[in-house]
Design a protein around this ligand. Structure first.
Ligand code: TMP
Ligand code: ZN
Length: 408
């Protein structure tokens, strides 16, 4: 792919050509492209951000795909920086370990900084695959063998030749980042031992539509999966979607087990049934969601503009990628939010992409007491409200934007 982005014209899950647009969030820069001060005057690259629905298999996907070389050029998301993920991965490692012996090969697609494989090392042979070289290097320095490239069927063939088939293949929070799913699923089929299993986790579209926020839509997330769409892909490749559980990661994620033979568990049937019941297979559900998102935009914009007219100071709390989708969709700038605090030193003194609001250390809130705080890291609301008790006692109010605007 030599262009920066392209319009996807077919469903990634069933290859149907008729997709229905349901929600557009406008043209936006990449959600993780925090801007350095000396680049502020340069124009930013922006890309269309919109989702489409496939009426044939219930897949939801972005209308446009950004070239992965552009998207992941400066990737600095580290699994090990998230305490809940470390805990989740260590229990996942124990589950996997109970199914393998020391000679078995476990391959992780999108192994990031090696958090999961490190926990498995010594209990089986481990091999990571991750194209983000700066991140893969960290895994290697921890002693986790990592191939710094994209997973593909060609790579799977090479691994089988050199190391034999894999007893387990794992892929967490990475399947939604892949455009050419066919090549990856074909690669899984090539690499997987006849008795092995493929275990992966993806954010569930039911969470996006229900309790989740539209701000989880950004260019890195190409697919918003239902179990229906996942089961369509498995069927096309002669694989069995053997089991599924809903896990509390990023709201609600699906933890899916795929095998080469057998039949789907009762849990698979009941989740498919639930998806039909809550309307994930109908376009009208996504249209209702889009209307709700537009209401959030109007409510939030009116609220912030009114508060600014009254002379109130407003700042942002947390600068996650999703916060940038929200800020750019609602078209907020430093005229609306004076600054955004974040605990990540890498983000300090950079500016949020698009909105160009400065990111500062959280200590700023100890010397400057704003009237209102827009909670961009709303997924941590309970912890943050508790942590900021003193600030709230002194009169600062929190605005929680998602799933609907609330002031606390
Ligand atoms: P995440 O949702 O990908 O974990 O990102 C959360 C972001 O919010 C991350 O940049 C760190 C930031 N953050 C704070 O600034 N303060 C907090 O108390 C928490 C929990 C997160
Ligand atoms: Zn489809």
């Amino acid at each position: 792919m030599t262009r920066d982005f392209f319009k996807r014209t077919s469903c990634r899950a069933c290859l149907a050509k008729s997709l229905t647009p349901v929600l557009s969030l406008g043209r936006q820069p990449l959600a993780n492209a925090f801007v350095r001060a000396h680049d502020l005057t340069k124009s930013e690259k922006t890309f269309p951000l919109a989702i489409e629905f496939c009426g044939r298999c219930s897949m939801v996907q972005l209308s446009h795909v950004v070239n992965p070389a552009v998207l992941f050029a400066d990737y600095h998301y580290l699994t090990s920086a998230s305490a809940p993920l470390i805990e989740h991965f260590s229990s996942l490692a124990n589950t996997i370990a109970s199914h393998v012996s020391v000679h078995d090969l476990v391959v992780e697609i999108g192994s990031n900084d090696g958090t999961l494989l490190q926990a498995l090392k010594g209990r089986c042979r481990v091999l990571g695959v991750d194209p983000a070289k700066n991140v893969a290097w960290r895994a290697v320095s921890l002693g986790v063998r990592t191939i710094p490239t994209f997973f593909s069927n060609a790579l799977a063939e090479e691994i089988v030749r050199k190391e034999g088939a894999a007893r387990v293949i794992v892929a967490n929070n990475v399947i939604a980042h892949i455009d050419d799913l066919d090549d990856v699923v074909r690669g899984v089929r090539t690499l997987l031992d006849a008795k092995g299993f493929f275990l992966f986790e993806v954010h569930w579209v039911g969470n996006l539509i229900g309790k989740g926020g539209f701000d989880q839509i950004y260019h890195e997330h190409l697919s918003y999966f239902s179990l229906h769409a996942l089961s369509t892909i498995c069927t096309r490749f002669g694989l069995v979607l053997a089991d599924v559980t809903v896990v509390p990661i990023h709201g609600e994620s699906l933890q899916v087990t795929v095998r080469k033979s057998g039949s789907p568990s009762r849990r698979v049937h009941s989740l498919l049934q639930k998806e039909r019941k809550i309307g994930l297979t109908r376009v009208s559900t996504y249209r209702t969601f889009a209307r709700k998102v537009e209401t959030t935009r109007r409510t939030l914009r009116t609220l912030i503009l009114d508060l600014r007219k009254e002379g109130k100071t407003i700042v942002g709390y947390g600068a996650p990628a999703k916060g940038n989708t929200l800020l750019n969709y609602v078209r907020f700038t430093s005229k609306h939010l004076t600054y955004i605090t974040d605990t990540t030193p890498l983000k300090w003194d950079r500016f949020a992409p698009g909105s160009h609001i400065r990111i500062v250390p959280p200590e700023r809130l100890r010397t400057h007491r704003p009237d209102y705080i827009l909670l961009l890291a709303w997924n941590y609301a309970p912890q943050i409200l508790e942590k900021e008790k003193v600030l709230r006692k002194r009169g600062t109010k929190f605005i929680i934007p998602v799933p609907s605007v609330r002031i606390i």
